[in-house]
Ligand binder design. Structure first.
Ligand code: JCQ
Length: 250
């Protein structure tokens, strides 16, 4: 998979893409991440990439020409997606969609925005990572690189596929513990030390249900609440979710 990133802060994105999971995927030849410096194609002696907005106003606008010139020079994979708060909200489903393509490109805006001619004539879509304003698109691009990169087969081994299934079924993860079994008087739940793998799996499922219902009512509602048999599963561990009416076990 090839992912191109167009930015005026290439060292920031390059450093991220070289480290950790993405760097390993790159070295293994599974990920072809190419970071392009918009400044390197700037024609003037000052290598300008931004200018004041026509019509006046505060701040600076990213110029169109360096972006057009970079796209012409490197022929980046499509779709070319601009990061910005006005775009389609990035989520795990979009990460899966992008991971299933041969590649795509990310355009990082800065300052007060990008010359609109880029949006109207060059970019294929806009993507937002959430409802807040960043100083630029680089952090958003890195979020997408990591979320998509880890889904590319081989990049994380095979440990993530089952784990991601559990997110795609709309539930939060169950709580995790590691050694020691007792720490500062705080014990690990007894079931996890029991060796009863069936009971452990049921406990984890029950924990995921309770956590999702309690912490993420939006996910819980989208899932449709409890499914048949799950009330009984919770009862095995003395648990219940808010709003689920207790009823006699006969
Ligand atoms: C991305 N959520 C917020 C900042 C202008 C394209 O124009 C601009 C882009 C940015 C960077 O992106 C974000 C963002 N997802 O702020 C200013």
């Amino acid at each position: 998979m090839r992912i191109d990133v167009l930015t005026i802060f290439p060292e920031m994105v390059e450093g991220f893409a070289s480290a950790s999971l993405l760097g390993k995927g790159r070295r293994n030849g599974l990920l072809d991440v190419r970071v392009h410096d918009l400044r390197s194609v700037a024609a003037d002696p000052h290598r300008s990439v931004d200018d004041a907005p026509f019509g006046g106003g505060a701040g600076m606008v990213l110029m169109a020409e360096p972006i057009f010139a970079t796209v012409e020079a490197v022929d980046p994979p499509r779709p070319l997606l601009a990061l910005g708060p006005g775009g389609r909200r990035f989520d795990q489903a979009m990460a899966r969609e992008l991971a299933a393509t041969g590649g795509f490109s990310l355009l990082c805006g800065r300052y007060e925005g990008i010359d609109h001619r880029v949006h109207a004539n060059l970019v294929d879509g806009e993507v937002s990572i959430g409802d807040y304003v960043l100083a630029g698109g680089e952090v958003a691009a890195m979020v997408i690189l990591e979320a998509v990169g880890r889904l590319v087969p081989g990049v994380m081994g095979n440990v993530n596929s089952a784990e991601d299934e559990s997110f795609s079924d709309g539930l939060l993860e169950y709580p995790q513990y590691t050694r020691p079994a007792s720490l500062r008087g705080l014990a690990v739940p007894e079931v996890l030390l029991s060796g009863d793998h069936g009971r452990i799996a049921r406990w984890r499922r029950a924990q995921s249900l309770v956590r999702t219902a309690g912490d993420r009512p939006d996910l819980w509602q989208a899932r449709g609440g409890l499914l048949p048999g799950e009330e009984r599963l919770l009862a095995e561990f003395g648990l219940a979710v808010p709003g689920a009416a207790a009823h006699p076990g006969r």
